[in-house]
Design a protein around this ligand. Structure first.
Ligand code: PXG
Length: 467
């Protein structure tokens, strides 16, 4: 039975509330219907082939259509599609995967707690660190410090941990006990400052906040090694070691949210490894199964696990799908692929540096004021007048204009304000990076021509030149 794009769009518009979507504006256009994926490409219902420069949503690390993952799911579905991990029960893939993940995370870690998403896993972090301090007889240590423009999910707790002002504007967030400091965004906040010095200064905002709240009340600090949804904000090298020093000084727990950075994205198993941080807890999701099936969780360091297990009693927290056997079986197959194909080494030594060189060359484009990458993530900033560091009026939504040109030219790029983001699958070859970059250039040229024709480049520049 074949179905037309319009029929699906009509059903979708009538009945499906999408995440983070203004439905009034979508219903006029109709949603893009994605029907198929293979390698680094997806196809829409009109047969258009698109280079997926965002790996689905930062997750399809091993690319689409991997038989190993499909077979692992099928086998597990046949043997045991579901059983819970409550009531002193486990299953084989869940136990094997916990062993495998803690092995990859290194000797500071001993256990894994499972959920199905990054959001649930960050809720787990908050409940777990508070339970940790309660068990140690310090229940007043309950405040979690996070950062503005961070993304930690969309549940009440995840959105509160996150620092997205648009999310806090709805539904009375953040919930009590969660406070935020500024992010370490060198290009946006202090481009003229020495990068290293800025990193130390930005980490210092954590110490200021700890002192403001009272060190005896702070339970943990949470941060993404590289902020993803916030626009691929790569902190200066000095930042994370200084954050670690401050956490150590006050004895507060460090949570690294590795939902995007984990499982190879930056060229290491976990981003914190590269950043010089030694987290007590790490959130994971997305890349653990390359997005083929939902799975998330927390890798728990020995410092927390020992207290929880030896003294914590029952931790009254868990989900129906904690340790879902099919999800864990797919994760094991996904880790096999990553290891067998040496994807992490390849990103670190070959394709990551290659992408970095290609991205740096984009800086010669009149629209591109800054371009940086780490492993297989990259962000570039569009500016109206880059020589004078003048951005576009945010109400023009120039990132969205650019994103539409990307779609039209067969490339998925994500817009965060006027930052354009890529996070291609880790299997991306050098030739595919060339192909992606060729499309990026075409899209930048198309965007520039469009902005000029709207009078948003030259006319505005002249206004500034006169001012
Ligand atoms: N932490 C981080 C660092 C994330 O990037 C989550 C937690 C939440 O995961 P779940 O599985 O609950 O969605 C994320 C998710 C975007 C975008 O627009 C990014 C995410 C989700 C949706 C959109 O870049 N990241």
């Amino acid at each position: 039975m074949s179905v037309t794009t319009r029929e699906i769009q009509a059903l979708d518009s009538a009945h499906y509330i999408h995440p983070f979507t203004d439905h009034k504006s979508l219903s006029g256009k109709g949603a893009r219907v994605i029907t198929r994926g293979e390698g680094v490409y997806i196809w829409d219902s009109e047969g258009k082939k698109i280079f997926d420069g965002m790996s689905g949503l930062w997750c399809v690390n091993v690319g689409y259509g991997r038989k190993e993952l499909i077979d692992a799911a099928t086998r597990q579905l046949e043997v045991l599609p579901f059983y819970n991990s409550f009531f002193q029960t486990t299953n084989i893939p869940a136990a094997r995967l916990a062993d495998r993940i803690t092995g990859l995370a290194g000797e500071r870690f001993s256990h894994v707690f499972y959920g199905t998403s990054g959001s649930e896993s960050n809720d787990t972090n908050v409940r777990m660190v508070r339970h940790y301090w309660e068990t140690l007889g310090q229940p007043e240590r309950s405040v979690i410090i996070s950062r503005k423009n961070a993304y930690h999910g969309s549940t009440m707790c995840g959105a509160s941990l996150g620092g997205m002002s648009s999310m806090h504007a709805q539904g009375g967030l953040p919930i009590p006990g969660i406070v935020h400091i500024e992010q370490p965004y060198h290009f946006g906040m202090a481009p003229d400052k020495d990068r290293g010095e800025f990193g130390i200064e930005a980490a210092g905002w954590l110490e200021q906040k700890i002192l403001e709240v009272g060190p005896e009340k702070v339970a943990a600090f949470i941060g993404e090694p590289v902020q993803g949804a916030g626009g691929v904000i790569i902190p200066p090298k000095t930042y994370w070691p200084e954050i670690q020093r401050i956490c150590d000084k006050y004895g507060i727990l460090l949570i690294c949210d590795e939902v995007i950075c984990g499982f190879g994205r930056l060229g290491s198993w976990f981003g914190s490894e590269l950043m010089g941080a030694k987290p007590d807890l790490m959130t994971f999701a997305k890349g653990i199964t390359s997005g083929y099936i939902p799975l998330g969780g927390v890798v728990v360091g020995k410092r927390v696990a020992e207290v929880l297990i030896e003294k914590g009693g029952e931790f009254t927290h868990g989900f129906t799908y904690s340790g879902h056997p099919v999800a864990c079986a797919v994760a094991l197959a996904n880790l096999d692929v990553i290891e067998r194909e040496g994807l992490i080494e390849r990103v670190r030594e070959e394709t990551g540096p290659y992408l970095a060189r290609q991205f740096a060359e984009l800086s010669d484009h009149p629209l591109v004021a800054g371009a940086e990458t780490m492993g297989m993530v990259g962000g570039l900033v569009l500016m109206k007048d880059k020589s004078r560091h003048i951005g576009f009026d945010p109400s023009l939504d120039v990132g969205m204009v650019c994103r539409n040109h990307c779609f039209a030219n067969g490339l998925i790029m994500r817009a965060v304000g006027d930052r354009m983001i890529i996070a291609p699958p880790l299997i991306c070859s050098k030739e595919q990076i060339d192909e992606m970059m060729e499309r990026v250039r075409i899209c930048m040229d198309a965007t520039l021509a469009d902005l000029q024709s709207r009078g948003w480049m030259d006319a505005d520049n002249q206004v500034h030149a006169r001012a």
